[in-house]
Structure formats: C-alpha cells, structure tokens
Design a protein around this ligand. Structure first.
Ligand code: SF4
Length: 338
C-alpha cells in the first residue's frame, strides 16, 4: 500500500481517538476548573461516536495506512465498557498496535479486561510523587496511591513496558524531577518528561514556565550519566536516553524547545467525530456527519484522504514566529486528547 502523504510528505500512520471529553481530574495545564467546572456542558452520549462508528472509522483509516490507534480523552477509562471497543478494534485488519493514555485512577480495576480485549500498551500521566504537588498539578484530592496501584496492575497483566508521562512546569513540579527519575530507575517503566505546552486557550501558558528538555537531561545526567539513543521508528515523539549504569531508559517530549513536526504522522479525532490534523489546530473536519449519513466507506475514505493530503500543519515549528499578542484559536487538548 502506497503511504498517504501530506503536503510535507509525512505519512498518515497514527490515529489518536478521544473517546470522551470528561475527566475525573482538573489539571490546570489541560482542563482548568475555572473553565471546566460545575455546570460545564460536557457532551451527551448521543453526540459521542458509538463503538461501532469508531470501529468503522478505524477500518477506513487502516486502509489509508493507519496501523496504530491511541485511545485518549479527557480520561478514556470514564467511557463505560472501553474494553469492548478495544476488542472491536483488535479485529480491524491493519491495526497492529492499540495503546491507551490514562491518568491511571481507574486503571487497577480495568487492566486485566483491557489486556484480555487486546490492548497492547498503556501510558500513565503522573506529574509528581509528592502528594501535595500531585494535588496542585491535577487540582484534585484523588489519592496518588491509586495511580501507583494502576501502574503495578498494568505491569502485572503484561501491559508493559508501562510508560509514565510527566509534564514539567517551572515553579510547580520541576523540583520533583529527580525524585520521579529515582523512583522509576531500575524498573520496567519508561519515564518521559513532557515540556509544558500552549495547548488550547484556557491554560494561561507562559514560555517562562517551560523547562526545556535539555535542562532536564543536564539535571538528571549530573546525578546519573546518560547516553542518547538513536530514533527507533519514524514519527517517534520522544527523544530517548539510557542510564549508563544500566538502570533503564527515559524519554523527552520537547515540542517547545525542539519541535518534531517534520516527522509527525498523527491525526486526532474528538469524541464527537471531528478529525484534527494537529494538536494545536483551530478547526476540525466533521467526520461524524458523514459517518451518520449514507456515505459509503469509499466516500469516507476519500474525504479523509483529501484532508490528509492538504495537511500542512507545523504549529510547534512555527510557534516562535507567531505574534504572542494574537495567539491563534487552538482546540482544547481535553477535547482531542494529547
Ligand atoms: S505541532 Fe502539530 S504538526 Fe507539529 S508535531 Fe505537534 S501535532 Fe504534529
């Protein structure tokens, strides 16, 4: 199958699917409670793509070259019977990798069912091991221990290696970096440090709150010498390093200081079926309207093909040229998943 290429010859390989816009946390960098508080109108079930509709879309994009599906949210484990969707997607020809990104709060109770259904891997978002800092980064009072139990459960059922994503925000949790690194050293889990990003328009992002990946590499390397690892596959998001003393691997997702748009092979879909060609896009394409019309699979495929071919997003690579006083309208991350 000839790859479907966009304007910059980037192939469509990955589809990230938000299965719900709801979450049981209110991380200020993604879903500040001042905006997503009591009375916020989350989408009713009737607006969400059903599991059958999602599976149909995945069958169609698999024909176009997608081989990897990542389920996200909001918090995807809030979508009831998610394992049923995983089992349906596991039957789709061409999809050989089904991953999940979760905040881990519900993971311990779901890990076995997800694994049995065909889930390949899981990434858990965890921004601190200090309960006070964890509560300020997630703006909840949910117990941190539940997330650590979820990580252990995922490991125990074979959803490994579990990846851990830590968003680092200067002045909030940057002094937790070494504790996190120490905790996950000599474990089968891969800790990745994510630069704080200007996603959406509600997190009041400031550049000076970003801790560049290079500074974190230096901080950790001063304590435990590191060696950079080669890229393992096209479109890989994280830069990987290994501890020279053999204590494992860590990663860095540096969308602000070292953008990686040139190798971006990801499309995203919101829970109500809008297709986005970039995490920082301002507009999506209404796939649901066509899915719920009498359009054929071929017509849907052509629609997606035209969207991707016309794709020229390179937001992170162009961020520095943007006029900071007139930031573009960007879709909320909680709506399309990270
Ligand atoms: S900014 Fe957009 S184009 Fe660049 S890597 Fe992120 S999602 Fe891809």
């Amino acid at each position: 199958m000839r790859p479907l290429l966009d304007h910059y010859s980037r192939p469509l390989r990955d589809l990230r699917i938000s299965v719900t816009d709801r979450c049981n946390m209110r991380c200020p960098y993604c879903m500040p409670k001042e905006v997503f508080g009591r009375g916020f109108a989350f989408m009713p079930n009737s607006e969400l793509l059903s599991f059958e509709e999602l599976t149909r879309v995945c069958r169609i994009v698999a024909e176009l070259g997608v081989s990897k599906i990542r389920l996200t949210g909001g918090e995807p484990l809030l979508r009831r019977e998610l394992e049923r969707l995983v089992a349906m997607l596991a039957q789709v020809h061409g999809i050989d990798d089904i991953a999940l990104t979760t905040n881990g709060i519900l993971l311990a109770s779901k890990a076995q069912a997800l694994k049995d259904a065909g889930l390949s891997r899981v990434t858990v978002s965890l921004d601190a091991l200090d309960e006070r800092v964890f509560h300020s980064m997630s703006d909840t009072r949910l117990p941190l221990a539940r997330i650590l139990e979820g990580i252990d459960a995922a490991d125990a059922v074979g959803l490994s290696p579990v990846k851990i994503n830590m968003v680092v925000r200067r002045g909030v949790n940057d002094d937790c970096v070494l504790d996190m690194a120490e905790y996950f050293r000599n474990s089968s889990r891969t800790l990745r440090f994510i630069e704080y990003m200007d996603v959406g328009t509600t997190n009041e992002w400031k550049l000076d709150e970003v801790v560049p990946a290079a500074q974190i590499v230096e901080m950790i390397g001063a304590r435990w010498p590191l060696q950079a690892l080669p890229v393992s596959r096209d479109g890989e998001v994280a830069s990987r390093y290994r501890y020279l003393d053999g204590a494992g691997e860590i990663g860095f997702i540096h969308s602000v200081s070292e953008p990686f748009c040139s190798g971006c092979t990801r499309a995203r879909m919101s829970a109500d079926g809008k297709l986005y060609t970039c995490l920082f896009a301002s507009e999506g394409h209404d796939l649901r309207a066509r899915v719920r019309s009498d359009a054929s699979d071929e017509e849907l495929g052509s629609y997606v093909r035209e969207i991707w071919r016309a794709r020229s997003d390179r937001y992170s690579a162009e961020r520095a040229q943007l006029n900071p006083t007139m930031p573009p309208k960007r879709v909320e991350m909680s709506y399309i998943g990270g």
